[in-house]
Ligand binder design. Structure first.
Ligand code: SAM
Length: 303
């Protein structure tokens, strides 16, 4: 194996999580309405296949790569050193691992040991194909992000970039994550926040004619395997948090602004590369970007 994985806590040790991995849902913060943070331990395989097993995942990664990699390259050049980057709720951590391959220092976190085990396996795989024989600087922490502070205590350095992708909508108290960012970002640090866009749920169901679903205000995905979050946060709410915490938006993109809405795969839809090219183009154009299934906001407190 060419890469070295420095493990502050090993993802292969399930007791490193606050809950054993054979539980259905990891209750982290019980609220009166029983909302809890959602561990993906039980649905790691399903998530990998459904979200990243095809074009949907390729589009998601293509937009995030374009938004994040150029920013990191410029920031790293300005600072004259590799960046210190944290990925919270990292899941399979594809973008984080690619940033490590680019030479940055990564801390990768998830509440789910199973998800990080998969991420680690892909590092091993990339090691086999990495001809430069570099060592990757990655520290893994299996724990709720709320417990990261004590794990990072020995390491007083803050982060140049914190990535939080598709995590908000699975948290019992999503707004609380903003205080965590404030604490752990450097003064010129950036926040890469990607979240499920609830407007896309309405728009897709309008197109599909699922009006009964839109009339049912009590609708909740009841399937434990469902990857449709029951508590998404609207763009306006996220924007109000960013404003309250004095962030300025550097860029905002929509992820999958048309692909998921098209029931009829005709013309260019039959060419995956063309779909990605168009998704990349329209992901940054008004008004289309606001219909993305996910929205990505890159923000800093010192733009
Ligand atoms: C939808 S997945 C997103 C994974 C990845 N960031 C991506 O964009 O593909 C959400 C992840 O958040 C993790 N998660 C949920 N609550 C968490 C918490 N409190 N702290 C850290 N991770 C958490 C889940 O286990 C899951 O892997």
């Amino acid at each position: 194996m060419n890469q070295e994985i420095s493990q502050a806590s090993s993802p292969s040790i399930s007791q490193a999580t606050s809950q054993p991995s054979n539980q259905t849902i990891t209750p982290l913060v019980e609220q009166s309405d029983t909302r809890t943070d959602r561990s993906f331990d039980e649905i790691a395989d399903h998530f990998e296949k459904k979200v990243y097993g095809g074009l949907k995942g390729d589009i998601r990664l293509a937009v995030l790569r374009r938004d994040i990699f150029e920013y990191c390259a410029n920031m790293s050049q300005t600072l004259g050193r590799p960046l210190r980057i944290l990925d919270v709720g990292a899941g399979l951590a594809q973008i984080a691992i690619e940033l490590a391959l680019q030479g940055h220092t990564l801390v990768i976190n998830d509440i789910s040991a199973n998800m990080l085990e998969k991420a680690q396996a892909s590092v091993v795989q990339s090691g086999e194909s990495n001809q430069n024989n570099e060592k990757l600087d990655i520290t893994w922490h299996v724990c709720p992000y709320q417990e990261l502070e004590e794990k990072l205590a020995g390491n007083t350095e803050k982060f140049d970039l914190i990535m939080c992708h598709a995590l908000l909508e699975w948290l019992a108290e999503p707004a609380a994550v903003m205080d965590f960012f404030d604490k752990h970002l450097t003064e010129n640090g950036a926040l890469s926040l990607c979240f499920y866009n609830p407007a896309s749920f309405d728009y897709r169901n309008l197109i599909m004619g699922n009006f009964n679903l839109l009339d049912n205000t009590e609708y909740k995905a009841d399937n434990k395997k469902s990857l449709t979050p029951n508590h998404p946060v609207a763009k306006e709410e996220v924007e109000s948090w960013l404003k309250a915490h004095e962030y300025q938006t550097i860029l905002a993109s929509g992820l999958r602004v048309f692909h998921d809405y098209s029931p009829l795969k005709r013309g260019g839809h039959n060419d995956p590369d063309a779909v990605i090219r168009m998704e990349l183009r329209y992901s940054q154009l008004e008004p289309y970007k606001w219909l993305g299934r996910y929205l990505h906001i890159l923000a800093t407190r010192h733009a």
